[in-house]
Design a protein around this ligand. Structure first.
Ligand SMILES: N[C@@H](CCC(=O)N[C@@H](CS)C(=O)NCC(=O)O)C(=O)O
Length: 230
């Protein structure tokens, strides 16, 4: 039995982390037997991040490495896709995980209006007396990281403008398909779906969450991908 080490449910989602939600999608699609184990503390994990799976007495970190492990056990997430589609799929995955994700991070960590809710959710395991001190230090580090990454220097309006072509690219693929590459979910859906869904689930209303919520195609797609998690 595979164990998914994941952050607990948050903001109405399987987990507060879209990467943990992605890993759960892959596990579900793989047909393997698995269970979840919740933790809020990733410090003992190989990359000090989650998700991680425990399988055959090994810890496997990183959602892409979890995907590779499941594929090594026979899962075929992209069965039926052409080489050209697989290449496009890879680009959509990177767009979701290396761009959209950082906007979600900023919507959660760089927004004073929702920070108390984010803090109390993410740091619930830290004793109350220390919680604000620990959370504020981590917040400072996260926001410094976003300054270095670059998106932390954009205004909210500039960020939305930068996201717009990505959201349009996703919608374009969905005009005629239930999922990004056809009638059934593939690897790209396990990545793009949870990112869009996490953007909408973030506490408060952000320009990004409003933009997605106003788009019927994206909202129907999020619902379809979420249905897969059951
Ligand atoms: N590339 C990793 C990203 C995982 C990731 O960024 N996890 C975040 C939560 S969404 C985390 O555990 N962050 C804790 C930290 O950086 O201290 C994957 O695909 O699994």
């Amino acid at each position: 039995m595979i164990t998914l080490l994941t952050y607990p449910p948050a903001f109405g989602q399987f987990s507060g982390s879209p990467f943990c939600n992605k890993a759960a999608h892959f596990l579900k699609l793989s047909g393997q037997q698995w269970r979840r184990e919740n933790t809020l503390d990733p410090r003992m994990m190989p990359h000090r991040k989650l998700p991680v799976i425990r399988a055959e007495d090994q810890l496997i970190a990183d959602s892409d490495m979890i995907r590779a492990y499941l594929e090594s056990k026979g899962a075929r997430f992209d069965a039926g896709l052409s080489e050209m589609e697989k290449a496009t799929s890879r680009a959509f995955i990177r767009m979701a995980e290396e761009h959209l994700y950082f906007h979600i991070l900023l919507d959660r960590w760089d927004n004073d209006a929702v920070w108390p809710e984010v803090r109390e959710t993410y740091f619930a395991s830290v004793p109350q007396l220390l919680r604000r001190i620990v959370a504020n230090k981590v917040r400072k580090d996260v926001l410094k990281g976003m300054q270095i990454q670059g998106l932390g220097r954009f205004t909210a309006t500039q960020r939305l403008a930068r996201l717009e072509p990505d959201l349009e690219a996703i919608s374009t693929r969905l005009w005629q398909n239930r999922f990004l590459f056809g009638e059934r979910p593939t690897a790209a859906d396990a990545s793009v779906g949870p990112m869009l869904s996490a953007a909408v689930a973030s506490p408060g209303n952000t320009l990004l969450s409003n933009r997605i919520q106003e788009n019927a195609v994206l909202m129907a797609y999020i619902a379809r991908v979420e249905e897969m998690l059951g």
